[in-house]
Design a protein around this ligand. Structure first.
Ligand code: SAJ
Length: 438
């Protein structure tokens, strides 16, 4: 039996049964795109409430309209379950589970391991599995392959097909979507690449096969480490310009006029999000196990994680100009989401800034139209409801996330002192002695 050919035929006829493990900001969009392409898709997620919402035709991910989910569920093309047992009827599985960091800064591979172990009892000849979660080079070969083949005895590349394809979902982005963003995919064997490419090509506009799972895993880490290191560099440039008494924002504006050979990055209060601060640490961790120090990553990480302290220094300098000690001063933080105009708090540097201000005795409040409450292990605070009153009463306003909805002119008018870590006012052409930039 040529299982590869049999699967490719099923993909061409759209009769292959598809499952997605992990129905979050990657898995749900992935499921709807493949269901819209004509496949019958089953989402599997341990959170029963999410699967019940899905089966009621309701979306819980901003990027996926409920209308789309409702239509696909009504057409019998999409359903959700918490039960892995359906995998015995499934031909093609995408694993879209989280790959966070532990508190120690080491990779947390528990979600990938439990997904692979969840599939293992149901693997059968004529099945393809693709790992989508960002991870260190070697994960698919070292963790997923043994979990799927050791007990089953299935022959990889003949009976069972395994590949890696990095997710490239940017929540909130509308121009590049799961369907139209080019998709890299690398298999354990040539047949694995051929079968997984045939599957993905039936739903995605552009599929880019590469020679191995490690190439695909490493490509993703290059993409996001590139950003993290360059953000770290402009943050270090900020520290240098501070000592030189030069406006780093003007320097970057000037350099960005170069129409080739330059790519703009901006300084900030630190690095947030579920990708950029995390993915590179998977690479440096793997390299340490090979007795190699990924110096660029470790240096950039050190600079980025120290930016909240630099912000505190700016607040102290500003209050000092007003002969106010940090202790007892009222400081309001504007914007706590990790980047503008979204409701995602993950790894946000705003949390570090708030903690450091509190540690120095400042009376800290925050406002964020997208995040009503911040819950940390040792404290919880709610967003102020009357923004302009909070700005007026504050001794210092700190702009951490420059949401578009803010009326910066009104904030400038009411505030006594503004620490602008995003040059939000500078971008509006505002120059004021009240405003201190990074
Ligand atoms: N940041 C800076 N300076 C910059 C750019 C970003 O300080 O010049 C900060 C942001 O404030 C944020 C963090 O870095 O806290 C990450 O920002 P990001 O723009 O990289 O946004 P993310 O984390 O949502 O990154 C995602 C990534 N997408 C995927 O991994 C699929 C990334 O590869 C994309 O390039 C990025 O979106 C994007 O371009 O929007």
């Amino acid at each position: 039996m040529d299982y590869a050919q049999e699967l490719i035929e099923k993909f061409k006829k759209k009769t292959a049964k598809v499952a997605v493990l992990g129905m979050g900001y990657v898995g749900l969009p992935f499921s709807t795109v493949f269901a819209q392409a004509g496949f019958a898709v089953t989402g599997i997620d341990p959170v029963e409430q999410k699967m019940e919402m899905l089966n009621r035709g309701e979306s819980y991910i901003l990027d996926v309209p409920s209308l789309v989910v409702r239509q696909l569920v009504a057409d019998g093309k999409l359903r959700g379950t918490t039960d892995y047992a359906i995998l015995k009827e499934i031909d093609a599985v995408a694993i879209c589970v989280p790959t966070p960091l532990r508190h120690t800064g080491d990779p947390d591979l528990s979600f990938i391991i439990s997904a692979a172990e969840g599939i293992a009892p149901y693997v059968h000849p004529g099945m393809v599995v693709v790992l989508e979660s960002s991870t260190y080079p070697g994960t698919t070969r070292e963790l997923v392959l043994p979990a799927l083949t050791e007990k089953s005895g299935l022959k990889i590349g003949e009976e069972l097909f395994l590949a890696f394809s990095p997710e490239r979902v940017d929540p909130g982005r509308e121009d590049w979507t799961t369907k139209n963003t080019p998709k890299v995919i690398g298999g354990m064997t040539e047949k694995c690449t051929e079968v997984s490419t045939a599957w993905y090509s039936m739903a995605l506009d552009t599929v880019v096969p590469v020679s191995s799972t490690e190439v695909a895993e490493m490509a993703k880490l290059l993409e996001n480490t590139f950003r993290m290191i360059n953000i770290g560099f402009v943050n270090e440039l900020t520290l240098m310009c501070d000592r030189l008494g030069v406006d780093v924002w003007e320097v970057i504006d000037a350099a960005a006029t170069k129409p080739f050979g330059f790519m703009r990055f901006n300084p900030g209060p630190g690095l947030g999000g579920h990708c950029i601060p995390i993915d590179p640490m998977y690479l440096s961790w793997k390299m340490r196990s090979l007795n190699y120090t990924a110096r660029f990553i470790e240096l950039a990480s050190e600079i980025n994680t120290n930016m909240p302290r630099f912000v505190i220094g700016r607040v102290q300098d500003g209050l000092n100009e007003h002969a106010k000690p940090m202790k007892g001063s009222k400081v309001v933080v504007l914007g706590v989401a990790y980047k503008p105009d979204i409701d995602d708090l993950r790894e946000s540097p705003a949390i570090d800034v708030i903690r450091l201000l509190q540690a120095k005795g400042a009376l800290v409040s925050y406002h964020d139209p997208y995040i009503p409450r911040v819950q940390e292990d040792e404290w919880q605070i709610e967003s102020v409801t009357d923004l302009m009153l909070a700005v007026e009463e504050a001794d210092c306003v700190v702009i951490i996330t420059n949401h578009k909805v803010y009326d910066y002119a009104a904030i400038l008018n009411s505030a006594k002192l503004i620490i602008d870590t995003r040059n939000a006012l500078g971008k509006l052409g505002v120059k004021s002695p009240k405003v201190i930039k990074l």
